[in-house]
Design a protein around this ligand. Structure first.
Ligand code: 5RP
Length: 297
């Protein structure tokens, strides 16, 4: 028999209205609880932003510079990443399962850099996404590319699978070499992904009119880092993008190809989460780099 529950007076606070929680992430309040919970593994609840570390490049270009040895060069960066964007192969073989922040799993693939990149298919089953406890699935979308419709179809099929099990989908707008990287193209690509149900969208920063890209996309946008830039320039790009409405970065080469990746990811965090000016964050980068050189030397 359960014990009688009568010794303490109960307090039902009948005069206090229930506190109902709204989910603050842009365009995400109508999502189901599981989706919101997974998104909370990606976007920091204090700043509302994310520093995703992208290391999935190998799925089409093999051992990319800086990613030759993930165990040596990437694992030490994990404490500074809100989320890791990764393939299931690298996740299973090299990422310690004690990493408990968000994992965004690369779920599309097919062609290598030797072939037409837009010819991708879905490359992971939703059951394996759940088995790996991933927080989201990432799929490449090639608007204007040779296999545009196929890549959009990959996106919508993953969205349907994600809806079934509460897994968000990150649509990655892939800009072909022949495409102009301007706000007009980015608006088109991001909006299409959002209209079709992407939970959030990754795109490239453009210097002119990026605020129109974020304003016309009803769900969060994060920016890719793109080709390696001098550190201060990369920090300026992260700062401008977040000033102009991006909710974070999904940065790869500008972190892991930096002279000092650990210093760089910490500097990026200062810009994204603390709104530190890029010049100040660059000072931090230099200080941390110098300290590291002293401790190694
Ligand atoms: C591959 C990707 C990469 O994750 C993306 O390019 C981010 O890395 P980087 O900052 O090096 O551009 O989506 O298509």
């Amino acid at each position: 028999m359960p014990e009688q529950d009568a010794s303490n007076p109960k307090e039902f606070y009948p005069d206090v209205p229930q506190t109902d929680v709204t989910f603050p992430l842009k365009g995400s309040n109508s999502l189901d609880w599981g989706m919101k919970n997974r998104l909370s593994n990606i976007f920091d609840s204090s700043s509302g932003k994310t520093v995703m570390l992208a290391i999935d490049h190998g799925y089409f270009q093999g051992p990319t510079t800086g990613l030759e040895r993930v165990d040596i060069n990437i694992v030490p960066l994990l404490p500074f990443a809100d989320t890791l964007m990764v393939t299931r192969g690298i996740l299973r073989s090299l990422i310690p399962p004690t990493f408990t922040r968000g994992v965004v799993l690369r779920t599309s693939g097919g062609p290598s850099i030797l072939k037409e990149l837009s010819n991708e298919q879905i490359a992971v089953d939703i059951e394996d996404v759940i088995r790996l406890n991933a927080s989201a699935m990432a799929v490449q979308v090639f608007i204007g590319g040779e296999h545009e419709s196929q890549s959009v179809h990959n996106l919508t099929r993953l969205i349907d699978a994600g809806q079934k099990y509460g897994v968000p989908v990150l649509a990655v707008t892939a800009v072909g070499r022949e495409m102009e990287r301007n706000a007009r193209y980015m608006r088109l690509a991001c909006r299409i992904c959002a209209e079709l149900g992407a939970t959030y969208v990754k795109t490239y920063y453009v210097a002119e009119g990026f605020e129109t890209v974020t304003a016309s996309c009803p769900v969060p946008i994060v920016i890719a880092g793109g080709k390696k830039l001098p550190e201060l320039e990369a920090l300026r790009m992260a700062w401008r993008a977040t000033e102009e409405g991006a909710l974070g970065v999904d940065m790869g080469r500008n972190i892991f190809q930096s002279e000092s990746p650990q210093a760089m990811i910490q500097a990026v965090r200062q810009v994204v989460h603390k709104r530190e000016r890029p010049e100040h964050a660059f000072d931090l980068y230099r200080t941390l780099t110098a300290e590291q050189q002293v401790s190694v030397g």
